[in-house]
Ligand binder design. Structure first.
Ligand SMILES: NC(=O)c1ccc[n+]([C@@H]2O[C@H](COP(=O)([O-])OP(=O)(O)OC[C@H]3O[C@@H](n4cnc5c(N)ncnc54)[C@H](O)[C@@H]3O)[C@@H](O)[C@H]2O)c1
Length: 372
């Protein structure tokens, strides 16, 4: 899909579509008819972001939703009306009816084909059970680890993995400093028994990036942290070292990412516009072997960035629809989702015990039979 196509999709229904034009005169502003229908389960902050991005992406529509909180359904109806003013969003009475509607091609959160939000489960045991179920699953099963589509990471993947600008990756470092957790329905994100703990629920995004850049499974995890400060350190095969630093009492959102390769260095950051006029994002690549060094600003078109998570959710949807069309994509697989949960759960255990967690032993204690 061309960039023009993307930007035009992002304006779908907006005034920029020049509503006076008959369909036959549309070339640039034509939008193809949707080919897939989705239902969404759970319409909180994130479910609404999926609803919006389904319409923005344009090749699918949302038919209905299931949520056990009436206020969430009301919010979904309001959002839906912005895209489909002449039809009412269906709110199914039961989870089963939402999952089994024969007109629906895919469910976001549950069932075939499936886009399951991260974390794929709140415990390693449950995540492993999903992996074993998914092994023989005939349909698409994508995990909502969409940070790989944030502009700064997408560009870093291209530089480090495809162009191999910095040689062999030796260390990975990610920092996230941000404001405290937002309010959630029933405040589930404040309780480990609902979220699986912050390191699993929130940080599995970053652990997925560790695994992706290291092209390896975790071998040892060490973390120290508390309600005041979190810090983690990982070793992969004694080869790639990765560390993650999280602070959730910062006044702004700030994310920084550094890769050290054996022939170069890549570093990127993204922050919200806390101080007027200061840059919000930047990526630098320095090479030691006389290749050109560069500084760039990885960004998506502004309209797409406003759809949520700096545009990453939009590209997650594009790739989800491409998956449905059997095209090749780089979306997170069930196993990748699993390993991101393993790192988070092991880090949480390390905080509690103060010891290094050996992944082989950790998984064997969890009765997970997988080679590491
Ligand atoms: N990929 C990302 O970047 C990203 C970002 C935010 C949240 N998430 C994930 O999305 C999920 C939801 O997070 P949120 O921020 O939208 O939370 P939220 O509290 O804003 O919304 C959750 C919604 O789910 C509904 N719900 C809860 N239990 C339900 C059930 N059994 N059946 C039907 N509906 C139910 C609640 O009523 C609520 O409307 C979590 O797994 C979270 O980790 C992912």
């Amino acid at each position: 899909m061309s960039l023009n196509g993307l930007v035009l999709r992002s304006m779908r229904g907006g005034e920029n579509r020049r509503n006076y034009l008959p369909e036959k005169d549309r070339y640039l502003s034509s939008v193809p008819d949707p080919i897939f229908t989705f239902n969404i389960i759970g319409l909180g902050v994130n479910g609404l972001e999926h609803l919006r991005n389904t319409f923005h992406e344009g090749r699918a529509v949302v038919k209905g939703v299931y949520d056990n909180e009436p206020l969430s359904i009301a919010a979904a109806r309001d959002e839906f009306r912005k895209f489909v003013p002449d039809r009412e969003l269906i709110a199914y009475d039961t989870l089963e009816s939402c999952c089994t509607d024969p007109e629906v091609d895919a469910l976001i959160i549950s069932t075939p084909p499936l886009l399951l939000e991260k974390p794929m489960a709140t415990t390693v045991k449950d995540a492993w059970e999903i992996v074993t179920i998914a092994e023989n699953y005939p349909a698409l099963f994508q995990i909502g680890l969409q940070y790989r589509y944030k502009a700064m990471y997408a560009e870093s993947i291209y530089e480090a993995k495809e162009r191999k600008t910095i040689g062999e990756i030796k260390t990975i470092s990610i920092t996230e400093h941000r404001v405290p957790f937002f309010d959630k329905v029933k405040q589930w994100n404040k309780f480990a028994k609902y979220s699986g703990d912050t390191l699993v629920e929130k940080c599995c995004h970053y652990f997925d990036l560790f695994n992706l850049f290291a092209e390896s499974k975790p071998a040892k995890v060490y973390a120290s942290g508390s309600m005041a400060v979190n810090f983690k350190d990982f070793t992969y095969d004694g080869d790639v070292r990765a560390n993650f630093n999280l602070c959730m009492f910062s006044p702004l959102f700030y994310e920084a990412f550094t890769l050290c390769g054996d022939t170069g260095w890549l570093s990127a950051y993204h922050k919200n516009d806390y101080l007027k006029g200061s840059p919000t994002t930047e990526l630098q690549i320095l090479s030691s072997d006389l290749k050109p060094a560069r500084t760039m600003i990885p960004e998506y078109p502004g309209a797409i960035e406003t759809f949520g998570h700096d545009g990453a959710t939009f590209f997650e949807h594009m790739n989800f629809v491409d998956n449905l069309l059997c095209r090749q994509t780089n979306t997170a697989t069930v196993l990748e989702g699993f390993w991101s949960v393993v790192v988070g759960a092991a880090a949480q255990k390390s905080i509690v015990t103060g010891e290094v967690v050996i992944i082989k032993d950790f998984l064997s204690d969890e009765k997970v039979e997988i080679g590491v």
